[in-house]
Write a protein that binds this ligand. Sequence first.
Ligand SMILES: Cc1cc2nc3c(=O)[nH]c(=O)nc-3n(C[C@H](O)[C@H](O)[C@H](O)COP(=O)(O)O)c2cc1C
Length: 375
Amino acid sequence: MSSLQIGPHSVQPPVVLAPMAGITNAPFRTLCREFSGGKGLFVSEMITTRALVERNEKTMQLIHFDASERPRSIQLYGVDPATVGKAVRMIVEEDLADHIDLNFGCPVPKVTRKGGGSALPYKRPLLRAILREAVSGAGPLPVTIKMRKGIDDDHLTYLDAGRIAVEEGVTAVALHGRTTAQHYGGTADWDAIARLKEHVPEIPVLGNGDIWSADDAVRMMRETGCDGVVVGRGCLGRPWLFGDLVAAFEGGGAPAAPTLREVAAVMVRHATLLGEWLGDEARGVIDFRKHVAWYLKGFAVGSEMRKRLAISSSLAELAEGLHALDLDQSWPAGADGPRGRTSGNNRVVLPDGWLRDPYDCAGVGEDAELDTSGG
Ligand SMILES: Cc1cc2nc3c(=O)[nH]c(=O)nc-3n(C[C@H](O)[C@H](O)[C@H](O)COP(=O)(O)O)c2cc1C
């Protein structure tokens, strides 16, 4: 059976929960791990390096790991090599994580407007400087990167970025097979994942984009030759997908798809874990509201009831609403397809003159840090 080596960590089977801001906090990671039997790798949502070194209160909450989580995997977002270096050294010195992933894939305009996220690899020297600081500061901790193909089809960066990552001692690279311009629209280009694998045979390549089922994951590995898969939106409202993934890679039969009764129990557990994490039941249920539509996708629930469940303010209210549903419904046909963000064709917002010269980094990075995490 295939496994993936991320520095000292063997990830078997080679399945990784994609970092997702506002989603992949300790409660959601715990749920996914419960379904996977503890197998796989589960990455935190993105943590802004400046907010981390400034010990921003919300950020310190976001870097919380459950005692059972090993290896602890933190994703950092940063644009300034010195600040990234500081954040990485803080993680090592204070033993805050076992693996550091760096985010170079974010397409959100507030990030790319400042040259961050998926805009950053275009400036090759800046990317190199950040990776150098991160790898040297991380000592024994493996550093990986996650990126997109480039800014648009005329400004692809992933092959250069992969080579720079190898040269700077990065342990593995993950590629989301879309450009910034595509956002979440269209389909992910798995051929690009295959090309990256050929381009950087020295390190593991992880494929990402449009894995909606365990079969998709196995197919991506087969078609691209990648060393592991990163699964994002497919898990929204479906943490049990990790159980399916493990079964598919281990050659076992797929677990039965859940009935609405089983889905409802997972929903209550998810909301309960969020409340425990936030130290307040009501805050947990309110944070859970964004997940309701994902969990109920395809079930015959009715729009009034959907709305009512999505404004629950207590666990009792949520559970009561769920018990009023026809819980004997089986898993709906078609609910395994795309979910979460699927729109594309957004204009890419970049700093003035950004594309003029990939090697000119004058002024880049100044004031480009976000001051909040998980954005
Ligand atoms: C709600 C949401 C939040 C995300 N936040 C992050 C993030 O914090 N860091 C990151 O590298 N990618 C983030 N992504 C991108 C995902 O990690 C992943 O690359 C993308 O969704 C494509 O994979 P998928 O088709 O399996 O969803 C986010 C995606 C979504 C939908």
